[in-house]
Design a binder for this molecule. Structure first.
Ligand code: ADP
Length: 281
């Protein structure tokens, strides 16, 4: 059992059967400690994550095709950026393939919605991070009727098939949906208006989106119900407490990497011979 967790984080946070409407967004499911314990543990676990990531990278350099893809979804202010900065920020940047997905560009609109996603997939040995993802095509698109239901409806099955293909090619998917309460979102948006160092994060349209909160909750629920699969399960992170969401994602990534049972790649040269050469050089 991981220190301070009464359940394995992967089990405690698993989306299966979960109703978002019942979620306590300030909860810390499976974790027994307080904020101080959580922050201490986060620092320890960041070191573990960084070591595992280096092994993944080393294997990628020596022909192993495996990689990890972290998919981050959440409403505005849920803390996706904080995960990138504080969790992914703890590993070697050369081992990270980061991509964020906003409103599709004109060029992207002319292609299938998975076109831009496929282009951004992580290379071998990398930890890929999607800040928003193909799931926007069943979230914002569904909520705002950007295409008719007969177009978005088949996407759930299509996404499952797409992800199966990725898994078969050696990708471990870590799918994370982060949820803050409507009140906590208000606090975080207000903070963006109160602090000059946060103005740049504020978008007036984020306030309009609050009117669509119930529609988003529904779209997120259907997304979890239809695309949390055995090979690519969703995890739901209560995100009112930033330390908890960062610790949770760290644990999920560690679990994904540990399941790969990576070793350091063996030397592709005769070690003794190379030592002799070096001594004589
Ligand atoms: P963020 O809000 O995550 O900081 P941006 O300012 O780039 O990043 O905004 C992303 C916006 O793009 C969000 O409002 C999101 O809903 C929207 N978006 C992402 N993907 C799509 C899509 N496929 N179709 C329409 N809108 C999308």
């Amino acid at each position: 059992m991981v220190k301070h967790w009464s359940l394995r984080p992967t089990d405690a946070l698993r989306a299966d059967g979960l109703r978002i409407a019942d979620l306590d967004t300030s909860g810390t499911p499976g974790f027994d400690g307080d904020k101080q314990k959580g922050q201490q543990l986060l620092a320890e676990r960041a070191t573990v994550l960084s070591g595992l990531q280096e092994k993944l990278f080393a294997n990628g350099r020596t022909g192993d095709s495996r990689n990890v893809l972290l998919v981050l979804q959440g409403m505005d202010t849920a803390g996706k950026g904080g995960i990138v900065r504080h969790v992914i920020g703890s590993v070697d940047p050369q081992g990270v393939d980061h991509a964020s997905f906003g409103v599709p560009t004109e060029e992207e609109q002319q292609h299938h919605y998975l076109w831009r996603i496929r282009k951004a997939l992580p290379r071998a040995g990398q930890i890929g991070v999607f800040d928003r993802s193909h799931y926007e095509d069943v979230l914002v698109v569904r909520v705002h009727n950007l295409v008719p239901p007969e177009v978005w409806e088949p996407r759930y099955d299509e996404i499952n098939a797409f992800e199966r293909e990725l898994v078969e090619q050696g990708t471990t998917l870590v799918k994370v949906a982060m949820f803050v309460s409507l009140d906590e979102q208000k606090n975080r948006l207000m903070e963006r208006l109160d602090r000059p160092d946060k103005y740049w994060k504020f978008n007036p349209a984020d306030i309009d989106e609050r009117d669509y909160w119930p529609a988003y909750q529904e779209a997120y629920q259907v997304m979890l119900d239809r695309t949390s699969t055995e090979i690519a399960p969703w995890h739901v992170i209560p995100a009112d407490r930033k330390w908890f969401s960062r610790l949770s994602v760290t644990e999920l990534l560690i679990d994904a990497l540990e399941r790969q049972k990576l070793d350091w790649p063996p030397a592709e040269f005769d070690i003794e011979e190379q030592k002799r050469r070096l001594i004589e050089a």
